[in-house]
Structure formats: structure tokens, C-alpha cells
Write a protein that binds this ligand. Structure first.
Ligand SMILES: N[C@@H](CCC(=O)N[C@@H](CS)C(=O)NCC(=O)O)C(=O)O
Length: 259
């Protein structure tokens, strides 16, 4: 199995988590989203994956795009541990939480969307950061309420075992920290994330644990480049230690350094 991945891609991060949870070995093929205008736009990558985004999974000579389709495929061919509950309503609830992140939050903050805001509408750095935070916080408000209702143990978004919803939450929380969201209104999401990040499978899938996180100067810059694709100096290094997403004990909000 080959996974076309970028260390900071949250969609690729989801698939890495699923592969790790299932104990599936894979070859990681890095696709740099910033270098040379984006390796995902090159003809050889588009020939494999016409959608032109990461991740893509190559398996048995076939290439699959879309992280959730890939994860459900993995779940079907390697059912243990299951990433969706067995009961139909529970499955739908877990999917609903996953989709709230994958469909309603993440796409709005994708690189090509941010670039379009800059190029077409002249948005500057602060406007782009405000946009990112707005959509993450809007999504998290609803998700926090759903987590309060559906978490079985305060350690998982739905029920008491890892589901697709958790697989989507951790990468989105990573982005929320990167972009300086105030996470204090989301204590349930913070507690769930803290638990999940303590699990070895999630730790192995984390951006800072990926070989391409350490390849060259460009990769240590933010995946929120200038519109010409050139890297921007970023105060948060790619390999920055994982930090708790929760407010500091004093009640002061712990923020990711602003870019
Ligand atoms: N819905 C897709 C989203 C994939 C996606 O947006 N990937 C991002 C990285 S997280 C990407 O390749 N962005 C490149 C760009 O926007 O130009 C999935 O879940 O796989």
C-alpha cells in the first residue's frame, strides 16, 4: 500500500491515523503542497489522482482519492478495530460528526481556498487567519454540543471507542492550534483530543512524526503560503512539540503562536 501524503495535510493525517489504528504497513510517498508551486499539481500526480489533492491511496494497482472513502475502504477490507459502530443509528451519528469536520470545516480552510481569497479578493494575512478561525470555531461550537450528547466516556466523540469522528477531530484540532483558535469554549473536544493524542497510533500519525516534516527549509513553513506559493517564515516550526489544546490551568487560554 502506498499513501501519497503531506505531513501537514489534515486529510492525509486522518488516513495515517486509520492505517496506524489498523496496524497496516504502508509506504509514505511525500507530495509537497508548497514546493515548486505544489507537487500535487504536477502532471505525474494528476495522472494518478485527477482530483489533485492529497491524500491518495494506491492499493492493488488502484488509486483511491478522498480521505473518508479511503478510510471506509480500509475499514471494510480490514474490519478490526472497527471505525464505525455496528448499529445503524450509531453509525450515522459517528459519520455525522466526522462529516461536520470533513465537509463543513476543513474544505473552507484548504490551501486553494485560502489562495483564492488572497488572489481574487485581495485578502491579507490577518483576514485569512480570521477566516480560518471563523470556520473552525463555527464547526467546533456545534461539535462540542454533539460531543456532550454522544460521548460515552469523555474520551471519544461518539460512544466509548475510537470512530471515524475521532479520526477527523485530531487533525482538525491540530489546525485549530496552528491558527490560534481560542479553544476554551470546547472543553469536551479538548478532553477527547488529549486522550486520543496519548494513543500510540495517533502519535505515530502526527505531522511532526512524519519524515517529510524534517525535509528541508520549506517544509518548516506554514501551509498557508503567499499567493505565489513562496514560503512564509513561520514562528511555529513543523516539528513543534504537541501541546495540550486545552486552556492552561490558570484559565488563561494557551494559544498557538500567531503566524
Ligand atoms: N475532501 C478531501 C480533501 C483533500 C484536501 O483538501 N487535501 C488538501 C490537504 S489537507 C490538499 O491537497 N490541498 C491542496 C490545495 O488546496 O491546493 C479529502 O478528504 O481527502
Amino acid at each position: 500500500m502506498k499513501l501519497y501524503t503531506y505531513f501537514r495535510s489534515s486529510a492525509a493525517y486522518r488516513v495515517r491515523i486509520a492505517l496506524e489504528l489498523k496496524g497496516l504497513g504502508y509506504e509514505a510517498v511525500p507530495v509537497h503542497l508548497l514546493r515548486d508551486g505544489g507537487e500535487h499539481r504536477r502532471a505525474d500526480y494528476l495522472a494518478r489522482n485527477p482530483q489533485g489533492l492529497v491524500p491518495a491511496l494506491e492499493h492493488g494497482g488502484n488509486v483511491l482519492a478522498q480521505s473518508l472513502a479511503i478510510i471506509e475502504y480500509l475499514d471494510e477490507i480490514h474490519p478490526e478495530p472497527p471505525l464505525l459502530p455496528a448499529e445503524p443509528l450509531a453509525r450515522a451519528q459517528a459519520r455525522s460528526m466526522a462529516l461536520a469536520i470533513a465537509c463543513d470545516v476543513h474544505p473552507l480552510n484548504n490551501l486553494r481556498v485560502l489562495n483564492y481569497l488572497r488572489e481574487r479578493f485581495g485578502a491579507g494575512d490577518e483576514a485569512v487567519r480570521a477566516w480560518i478561525r471563523h470556520w473552525i470555531e463555527t464547526g467546533f461550537r456545534a461539535l462540542e454540543e454533539q460531543a456532550r450528547r454522544f460521548s460515552g466516556d469523555g474520551q471519544h466523540l461518539f460512544g466509548s471507542a475510537v470512530t471515524l469522528a475521532d479520526v477527523c477531530l485530531v487533525p482538525q484540532m491540530y489546525n485549530a492550534r496552528r491558527f490560534g483558535c481560542d479553544l476554551s469554549p470546547y472543553p469536551t473536544l479538548c478532553a477527547v483530543t488529549a486522550h486520543l493524542e496519548s494513543l500510540p497510533a495517533f502519535a505515530r500519525a502526527a505531522p511532526e512524526a512524519q519524515p517529510d516534516a524534517h525535509q528541508g527549509a520549506v517544509s518548516s513553513n506554514c501551509a498557508c503560503p503567499r499567493s505565489d506559493g513562496s514560503p512564509r517564515a513561520c514562528p511555529s516550526r513543523a516539528a513543534s512539540p504537541r501541546r495540550s489544546p486545552c486552556p492552561a490551568p490558570s484559565g488563561a487560554v494557551r494559544r498557538h503562536p500567531r503566524k
